[in-house]
Design a protein around this ligand. Structure first.
Ligand code: SAH
Length: 248
């Protein structure tokens, strides 16, 4: 039924094209179809090969954004036609990327697939902004959370525990909800002077880093018009940005 069709769930890294893996680059060059959204960023998306059919699921058929179900179906349909499909996803496909959902659907439909890990923005974006997330003097633990939890089945996040943890806290998809969880951390006991960095469009040409503390960052972010995609880093390791960061 599926002659040679296969889907590769490929991580594109944080945005700098040189941070694509060698395997990602090879598969992009060989693909019949590349299914993408905007997260890989303009530097990577503008250099996708014209030899492949390019499908933007964020702007499908004009301006319609495809639902996850429709994306899953698209992958199944193309692979069923025998196509070699690259599903290009920002960062790593399995870190808050819904790659797992796509993999499950492909498995259910009997489509061959392979996951190709990518450099996740959660670690690489702070790194390139001069923040080593487990600098030995400052942190022995790092916690990566989503700022945009699906509320359907109740929260899986223990904010009280997070507020007491002495490690580094990294929040993805956490710009629009900043004004909710930052006060919550302080309410549960985090030191209001804990440093915070927000890195917008990390590793891309137009990266912007905004710093402050738990008590100031919400207002600073609002004043500066901070926008997604951005990584929020909370913890003492943010102090290293002064010594190791280059853009601000
Ligand atoms: N799978 C991705 C994350 C998907 S969730 C990964 O491993 O990186 C989408 C979130 O990733 C964004 O809301 C933002 O928080 C973060 N993100 C991805 N690329 C980014 C970048 N270049 N700069 C800042 N944040 C980024």
């Amino acid at each position: 039924m599926h002659p040679n069709g296969k889907v590769y769930l490929v991580g594109s890294g944080p945005g700098d094209p040189e941070l694509l893996t060698i395997k990602a680059l090879r598969l992009i060059k060989e693909a019949d179809v590349i299914v993408y959204d905007q997260l890989p960023g303009p530097e990577i998306l503008t250099s996708l090969p014209k030899s492949a059919e390019l499908i933007d699921v964020g702007k499908y058929a004009g301006d319609h954004t495809l639902s996850q179900d429709e994306i899953n179906q698209l992958l199944v349909d193309y692979a069923s036609q025998g196509k070699m499909v690259v599903r290009l996803k920002g960062g790593d496909p399995y870190l808050f990327g819904r790659g797992g959902e796509e993999a499950l659907e492909l498995r259910k439909a009997g489509i061959e697939f392979e996951v190709v890990p990518g450099i996740t923005s959660a670690i690489a974006v702070p790194a390139c902004a001069g923040i080593p997330i487990t600098h030995r003097d400052n942190a022995s633990m790092v916690t990566i959370i989503t700022g945009h939890e699906q509320k359907k089945e109740g929260s899986m996040l223990d904010w009280e525990w997070l507020s007491r943890s002495l490690g580094t806290l990294i929040i993805l998809m956490g710009v629009s909800t900043l004004g909710t969880y930052i006060p919550k951390l302080m309410r549960y006991g985090s030191d209001p002077d804990t440093p915070v960095a927000i890195i917008e469009r990390g590793t891309r040409d137009d990266q912007v880093v905004t710093t402050g503390s738990l008590s100031t960052i919400v207002d600073i972010a609002k004043d500066r018009g901070v926008k997604a995609p951005a990584i929020v880093v909370i913890g003492d390791v943010v102090r290293l940005h002064d010594a190791l960061g280059s853009s601000g």
